[in-house]
Design a protein around this ligand. Sequence first.
Ligand SMILES: C[S@@+](CC[C@H](N)C(=O)[O-])C[C@H]1O[C@@H](n2cnc3c(N)ncnc32)[C@H](O)[C@@H]1O
Length: 287
Amino acid sequence: MPSRSHAAERYLDLLTGCLTRELFLDEEARNIDLNIWIDEVGGSTGIHGTGIHGVEELRDVLRANNWRIVHRGGDRAIRQAGHDWPPTAETMVGKARLDNARDLATRAVLDDIPGDLIETGVWRGGVTILFRGVLDAYADTNRKVWVADSFEGLPVPNADLYPADEGFDLSAIEALKIGVDAVKANFERYGLLDDQVQFLPGWFSDTLPTAPIDELAVLRLDGDLYESTMDAITALEPKVSPGGYVIVDDYGAFEPCRKAVDEYRETNDITDPITTVDWTGVWWQKS
Ligand SMILES: C[S@@+](CC[C@H](N)C(=O)[O-])C[C@H]1O[C@@H](n2cnc3c(N)ncnc32)[C@H](O)[C@@H]1O
């Protein structure tokens, strides 16, 4: 059986550190909302040496010049746990869950588990970029990485059909709406966009049941909602090969997701033991 190579693992370490921006955390700049900032510093008058009097005037100068006030540096513990939405990183998944995705993808390749790799719910694409990196690192030229997302954020919850999603409306959050071209550009940034990467744009309920996928070695679910999780697991879990892996990002973080997974496992008599990755991620190996 082929084993892990030092050079491949070093490349994947580097790729992971880039995808989370942990390698450049001290350089990270996060825009500060001018209105919030003005509330916070409100009351100060005159900004020394600038000729600008008062924060309102400073705001006008910043806006007129398209300048920003930024906060420099990120919090390593928060980033490692995957507790923030990073300003530029290609993934919001923390270090433990990324290492888990990488490890299981590597095991699938080295142990010759048949099938492709997919993530349902990719945001800026980071986990799928890492999957493609694993294939490259271990010279796998056959498997595909499937990149499934609406590329326009989450659906409005349908509480009539899926009562578990009531109150979990994330559909208006602009930060979750990452277009397919932006995700492709992120793959390109790492030299990993080629025909082993396949995009499935649209709602999971429309794209996944008919997706031209024969077999999966790794299925990673990251769609947050009951509906999104249930649509993805129903369409794709039957395609996971024996010995393949199912990973759930939101099992601890989102009750609707956990409910969908528990119900699916119960209905389909899945008793493969669940392993916990961190405060939210879990996985199991299909028997
Ligand atoms: C939390 S983000 C995924 C984070 C990502 N895995 C990462 O590495 O940072 C959730 C993603 O799921 C997508 N999504 C959720 N429900 C969906 C659905 N029913 N159909 C298509 N995309 C969906 C959203 O567009 C969003 O990109």
